[in-house]
Write a protein that binds this ligand. Structure first.
Ligand SMILES: Cc1cc2nc3c(=O)[nH]c(=O)nc-3n(C[C@H](O)[C@H](O)[C@H](O)COP(=O)(O)OP(=O)(O)OC[C@H]3O[C@@H](n4cnc5c(N)ncnc54)[C@H](O)[C@@H]3O)c2cc1C
Length: 580
């Protein structure tokens, strides 16, 4: 059965970016706004964010949005668009105050201001040393943001469609007309027809085997966009966070190092002093993750194994229990160790997509290097590439990106909806979805389970399209991913029912992950330089002459992936060598 709904504005995704947009849209009582989410809103991955949100509030020492912008540009290895970065760092101050006024319970300084702590790559005086810029609510910052935004959405009367999985976007004649969603509860398809649609569907860390990301982070948004003819920008840049719990990938926030935690190798050496003499353990994430991998490669992992220690034992029980309570809890629960007394075994973990759906500064989706806008479609948050993170994101800048560009999305969509006409619905809007799900159910016996294909994909991506990359390794990964895509055509879905068929949805999500694994690898092979998170052994230097540009990957009608390029916006900060 197919149900049809009509709205002015649709927000797909109830994380930080989506709900911030929904709040702004719902402030106009004449507009009907819906928020569609495959998860119950407060289970979105934003709720897992720990360490903090960056803004140059200068509550504890001198700080300026220009310093924050410089750090972000440098952190991005000069690939971030500087007009967007300036916008984000300037609006940061005001948006934090706004969150506070919405009721967000930030941690406080003794005189009652919002507390701030140092974070990787954030400096004073354009690189001179660490500055306290990360605003936090203990180590539950994302949880607090999500709860605060959800309460405000409820207060404003946003219509929520929880556990509705968006499976297609309706684009025709250069105009977005809404989405098609699968109601998890009933298995019915719903057509959501609207003037303006925002994609705020988060990241895709589940492409890799060791990841900090939740099970739901399967990149549905970018995969749907790609299939609808929308390009993806800078997909070769995927961040590995330095400190995931060994073998589990669960994140240990950079806030631990912000509070003074130290990385040590098997000799007990504070090895970051060799790699980043000024910033040490608080260098940017790409630098620290590479240093850890290098130590492990050269045999200085603990007992020769694939991990090093994050040592917080000198911080004292007070700091750990009060400022990092969830981290202490994770260590006790998952590792059976007490971080007050023992160091934590960590290894880098797949964490954050710098690339995604290309947008302009008002979050409108763009289709090519000339900035041609897809009318009525917007993207914000981790799914989008505006691009404020370039080749490597600084810690605390994602939560900031969500609220700054979520707000800009809400404002831009509200303006658009006031004057735009409702577009028509395409003929047979669910045909493509029915065909795709039909194909997933076609193999009645003898096929392979999605879980097996997923594991093979995650392993090959972890080993070959991770922190250190080579042409041969990436080619091997690409061949394997293509083989898996062929085997996926015969995936076996055991549950043949309609209601809560999570078996079917998981298979559908695996299709998305495979598409994104392929695009990521093709883009990584194509970029013959090293920049930010993209580090190649065979092209180990940054090459601004040939590669100071964004890549845009297109797939038309299931054909091969085509890549073209978009210039980087450089306003104030000329590219320089990066030293921390
Ligand atoms: C463990 C962890 C800790 C982090 N800590 C920090 C930090 O301290 N500071 C910082 O700046 N950043 C941090 N990050 C990064 C940051 O939290 C994320 O990048 C950010 O929360 C993503 O927010 P979002 O709104 O884009 O998406 P999410 O919060 O991931 O929300 C995505 C939403 O989209 C919905 N959705 C997805 N697909 C579909 C679909 N097909 N149909 C319908 N709905 C769909 C989901 O239901 C969900 O509501 C952390 C990330 C992790 C994983």
């Amino acid at each position: 059965m197919i149900h049809t709904h009509h709205y002015d504005a649709l927000v797909v995704g109830a994380g930080g970016a989506g709900m911030m947009a929904a709040i702004y849209l719902s402030r106009n009582p004449d507009l009907k706004t819906a928020c569609i989410s495959k998860l119950y809103p407060t289970r979105s991955h934003t709720g897992a964010a720990q360490g903090g949100i960056g803004a140059a509030l200068a509550n504890l020492e001198e700080d300026h949005p220009e310093w924050h912008a410089f750090d972000t540009v440098k952190g991005s290895d000069y690939l971030g668009d500087q007009d967007a970065i300036e916008t984000m760092c300037t609006e940061a101050v005001d948006v934090i105050v706004e969150l506070e006024h919405m009721g967000l319970p930030f941690s406080r300084t003794p005189d009652g201001k919002i507390a701030q702590r140092p974070f990787g790559g954030h400096t004073h005086h354009f690189g001179e040393g660490p500055v306290r810029r990360s605003c936090y609510a203990a180590d539950r910052t994302g949880h607090m943001i999500l709860q605060t935004l959800y309460q405000n959405c409820i207060k404003n009367g946003v219509d929520f469609y929880d556990e509705f999985q968006v499976v297609d976007v309706m684009v025709e004649g250069g105009v977005c007309r809404g989405v098609v969603a699968w109601h998890v509860h009933t298995g019915d398809l719903h057509v959501f027809h609207a003037k303006a649609t925002l994609f705020a569907t988060g990241g895709f860390g589940r492409v890799w085997s060791i990841t900090s990301n939740a099970h739901a982070n399967t990149g549905d948004g970018p995969a749907i966009a790609l299939r609808a003819g929308i390009p993806l920008e800078d997909m070769e840049f995927y961040q590995f966070h330095p400190t995931g719990i060994y073998r589990l990938g669960i994140l240990i926030t950079e806030g631990v190092r912000g509070e003074g935690g130290i990385l040590r190798n098997d000799h007990g050496e504070r090895f970051m002093e060799r790699y980043a003499p000024t910033m040490k353990d608080l260098a940017s994430r790409d630098v620290v993750a590479r240093a850890i991998s290098q130590e492990i490669k050269e045999g200085r992992g603990i007992n020769g194994k694939k991990y090093v220690y994050l040592d917080a034992t000198h911080l004292g029980a007070d700091v750990i229990e009060n400022k990092l309570p969830d981290i202490a809890d994770f260590c006790r629960t998952y590792l059976g160790i007490d971080p007050v007394k023992e160091p934590m075994p960590i290894q880098p973990t797949a964490h954050y997509a710098m690339g995604g759906i290309p947008t302009d500064i008002d979050t409108q989706v763009i289709l090519d290097a000339h900035g041609t806008v897809l009318t009525g479609m917007y993207a914000a948050g981790e799914v989008a590439c505006v691009s404020v993170h370039g080749a490597n994101r600084l810690g605390t800048n994602s939560l900031l990106d969500l609220v700054v560009f979520g707000r800009r999305a809400g404002l831009a969509m509200e303006r658009f909806c006031r004057t735009a006409e409702m577009p028509g619905i395409p003929a047979d809007p669910t045909a493509r979805t029915e065909a795709r799900f039909g194909a997933l159910l076609a193999t009645e016996s003898g096929g392979e389970p999605a879980a097996r294909l997923r594991e093979e994909m995650q392993d090959v991506m972890q080993d070959n399209v991770g922190i250190f990359r080579t042409a041969a390794g990436m080619q091997h990964a690409l061949d394997k991913v293509r083989e898996l895509k062929a085997r996926f055509a015969k995936v076996q879905v055991m549950d043949r029912g309609k209601r809560f068929n999570t078996d079917l949805l998981e298979a559908w999500e695996l299709g998305n992950l495979l598409d994104l694994a392929e695009v990521t690898t093709v883009c990584a092979l194509n970029r013959t330089e090293s920049r930010g998170a993209h580090m190649r052994d065979d092209f180990d230097k940054r090459n601004d002459v040939e590669w100071l540009k964004h890549s845009l990957a297109h797939v038309e009608d299931g054909g091969p992936i085509r890549i073209d390029y978009k210039p980087v916006s450089i306003t104030r900060f000329q590219p320089k060598e990066r030293v921390y």
